[in-house]
Design a protein around this ligand. Structure first.
Ligand SMILES: CC(C)(COP(=O)(O)OP(=O)(O)OC[C@H]1O[C@@H](n2cnc3c(N)ncnc32)[C@H](O)[C@@H]1OP(=O)(O)O)[C@@H](O)C(=O)NCCC(=O)NCCS
Length: 144
């Protein structure tokens, strides 16, 4: 069983260092992470977007901790937090070449966004997963 990710303090200095590795720091995002022996080894962020959508960003697992399911655990924990916060759809943009990442989202129930709602980003495979009942809006986003 992979460790359960925990919410992180945005001011945690370990977070800034790892977020730099992930090439993305999301302002006002909620971060989850996995801490082992006091070391932050995996992070992921989510942020509430308009119309009940939760955007997932900045997943990163240190090389020594890869292949143990930490990324999938971070997908699940962020979706659970977003659902608890009232979001109805999770969306993520993944580069087409990032096969492990794409596969993990697929296994966690994400579909190409066009099959769920119209949420697309050029150059990336945008995936989405319903977190609860939602209705389509004219602009393709969702509402409760
Ligand atoms: C992508 C990343 C987050 C994965 O983290 P991880 O903790 O190693 O992922 P997990 O252990 O949860 O899952 C790895 C899975 O990918 C699968 N995988 C590995 N290479 C693969 C490939 N080429 N094609 C398909 N699946 C692949 C593995 O088989 C494993 O599945 P398993 O559970 O059946 O063994 C990590 O490699 C990373 O931080 N990469 C750099 C940053 C990045 O790409 N972030 C993602 C942005 S969306």
């Amino acid at each position: 069983m992979p460790p359960i990710p925990v919410p992180l303090d945005r001011q945690d200095p370990r977070l800034e260092a790892l977020a730099t590795e992930a090439f993305c720091y999301v302002e006002n995002g909620d971060w989850h992470g996995v801490v082992e022996d006091g070391r932050l080894v995996a992070i992921g962020c989510w942020k509430r977007l308009p119309l009940g959508v939760a955007g997932l960003y900045s997943a990163y697992v240190v090389p020594e901790a890869r292949g143990r399911g930490l990324h999938r655990a971070l997908i699940a924990s962020r979706c659970a937090a977003a659902r608890m916060a009232g979001c109805r759809l999770a969306a993520v943009s993944v580069q087409h070449l990032n096969a492990p990442c794409l596969e993990n989202y697929r296994r966690e129930g994400f579909l190409p966004s066009g099959e769920v709602a119209r949420v697309t980003v050029p150059g990336c495979a945008t995936l989405a997963k319903p977190l609860g009942p939602f209705a389509f809006m004219e602009d393709g986003a969702c509402t409760r």
